[in-house]
Design a protein around this ligand. Structure first.
Ligand SMILES: [Zn+2]
Ligand SMILES: [Zn+2]
Length: 351
């Protein structure tokens, strides 16, 4: 088994050979054919998260040991199954649900491993799709994807369910009411496609990159506002015809989250998704005079993945733009994402 692994945070990934995994119990080994490159991989590579107020969280404080292959948008072929693994056979092609928990708590038993307190995620705590193989502890983490394009289907296990889960948290929203999206990178474009699949047609995007604003417009956003504008809030209000009832922040630094909160109307909901990090000050009385909710959202559940696959298989989910690169270009892919040069999703191909 070959890994493009983070050996030292902030340094180029190294190609590391480790022993081929032999599945025990209910474990399943998947040979990776596709792996999406996500901003979380970039944070993992960097090794730190900004918690705001000067506090830094290190990945090594989250139970991570190095070297570790990142990559959590994984799809591939089953090549070995443990003696207790049922319902899956060698040769099956599957999407890996990467947000694996302890498997025993109430959250995990409800298929909400993403909310488990003992995370053992693929590409974080266990080796991910930047390696040639991924081991999952149980076949329940594997999902069939029929005849969908694997380079697109592989993005469902993070970007697909993350946007779907965030949109669900907006509650029952009239499809004719405006939705504000902050960030038009991989997740922002996936959100536009998902909102459209769910009938929404009044989408406003904010991004600091002109290319990404154009990509948002091409994907069907009604307006795309420059995040570097002196008065972004006024521009959003003008484009939306008033304050908005719903916003999702895929960047989520102190500035963007505060801006998105300022764009909300009474009763509005802001869902925070990105991990750019930081903090902002909040007028507590202001939250009563103009009542709004701020909701944190981390990836999605196994049911979210089933729902996303159903939408895609029904032909309702327009595929996001995907750029395929060979697995051996893993470093170049990360640097492209870091430089903000990726439109849509970069997907590494091959084992
Ligand atoms: Zn991700
Ligand atoms: Zn659990």
């Amino acid at each position: 088994m070959r890994l493009w692994a983070v050996v030292e945070n902030g340094q180029p990934l190294q190609c590391v050979e480790v022993e081929d995994p032999k599945p025990q119990g209910s474990e399943v080994v998947v040979e990776v054919s596709h792996c999406g490159v996500c901003h979380s991989d970039l944070h993992f590579w960097k090794g730190t998260y900004d918690l705001g107020n000067g506090n830094i969280l290190k990945i090594t404080d989250r139970g991570v040991t190095l070297p570790r292959a990142p990559g959590h948008e994984v799809l591939g072929k089953v090549v070995a199954v443990g003696p207790d693994a049922t319902g899956v056979a060698v040769g099956d092609r599957r999407i890996v649900y990467p947000w694996i928990g302890c498997g025993n708590c109430a959250r995990c038993k409800a298929g909400e491993d993403n909310l488990c307190d003992k995370q053992a995620s693929v590409g974080v705590v266990r080796h991910g799709g930047f390696g040639s193989h991924v081991v999952v502890p149980h076949p329940r983490y594997l999902f069939a994807y029929g005849d969908l394009d694997p380079a697109v289907a592989t993005t469902f296990s993070c970007s697909g369910i993350t946007v779907y889960s965030a949109i669900r948290k907006l509650g029952d929203l009239d499809p004719d009411r405006p939705v504000l999206l902050v960030g038009a990178g991989g997740l922002g474009l996936a959100a536009i496609s998902m909102l459209q699949a769910l009938g929404h047609r009044h989408i406003i995007a904010v991004d600091i990159s002109e290319a990404k604003r154009q990509a948002a417009l091409d994907a069907g956003a009604e307006a795309a506002i420059d995040g570097t504008d002196a008065n972004v809030v006024a521009a959003v209000v003008e484009a939306a015809g008033g304050l908005v009832p719903a916003a999702i922040d895929f960047v989520n630094n102190g500035k963007t989250a505060s801006m998105a909160l300022d764009c909300l109307s009474r009763g509005g909901r802001l869902v925070l998704v990105g991990v750019a990090g930081g903090d902002f000050s909040l007028s507590t009385a202001g939250m009563i005079f103009r009542p709004r909710s701020i909701i944190g959202s981390a990836t999605g559940s196994q049911q979210d993945l089933r729902d996303v696959l159903k939408l895609a298989q029904a032909g309702k989910l327009k595929p996001i733009p995907v750029t395929v690169m060979p697995k051996d270009d893993a470093n170049a892919a990360l640097m492209k994402l870091k430089a903000g040069e990726a439109t849509g999703r970069l997907v590494l191909e091959g084992a």
